[in-house]
Design a protein around this ligand. Structure first.
Ligand code: ZN
Length: 161
């Protein structure tokens, strides 16, 4: 489908949330849940610094959607996220029947940035693309417009370690 101006606007909010997370000692990731009418229903950002490594915003969104939305509405909703869903979040997204995913940076980009910085892989989970985990999902991304800002946030996070 490609990215529209509205998609980019939502992705910019995800990047803001990622920045908030970083400033608060968490990993720089942020996500939004947007309904078929374009309303933002829920937003969250990474909260793993407390020691629970499953506290990804995309996972939180899947659970929020399961509790608060009818199945038909979930399928028409879009999840925007600063970094491509990990396999855990891709699976949760698919299991609760959410719709399109739009990401700003791919897992492949994140991996190549980390490799440039000489960082060890940060994840014990394989960085499988969303559609390897959930083949029927509509997925768009990355957004080249936001790559530099995200690269900078992730580099800051890397330097803090
Ligand atoms: Zn995840």
């Amino acid at each position: 489908m490609g990215l529209s101006a509205v998609d980019l606007e939502h992705l910019r909010r995800c990047v803001e949330l990622a920045r908030e997370a970083l400033d608060d000692g968490d990993e720089p990731f942020g996500s939004l849940l947007v309904d078929a009418g374009g309303r933002v229903l829920f937003e969250d950002r990474n909260r793993t610094s407390g020691g629970d490594q499953t506290r990804h915003p995309e996972f939180e969104i899947a659970r929020w959607a399961a509790r608060n939305m009818e199945p038909g509405d979930r399928g028409e909703a879009t999840v925007y996220t600063s970094g491509e869903h990990c396999p855990m979040c891709s699976a949760a997204h698919a299991w609760v029947g959410l719709g399109r995913i739009v990401y700003a940076a791919s897992s492949e980009q994140l991996g190549s940035w980390r490799a440039q910085w000489g960082a060890a892989p940060s994840s014990p989970v394989a960085a499988l693309p969303i559609q390897t985990v959930a083949p029927d999902l509509a997925v768009d991304g990355p957004a080249p417009e936001l790559a530099e800002e995200l690269r900078e946030l992730h580099e800051r996070r890397h330097r803090l370690r």
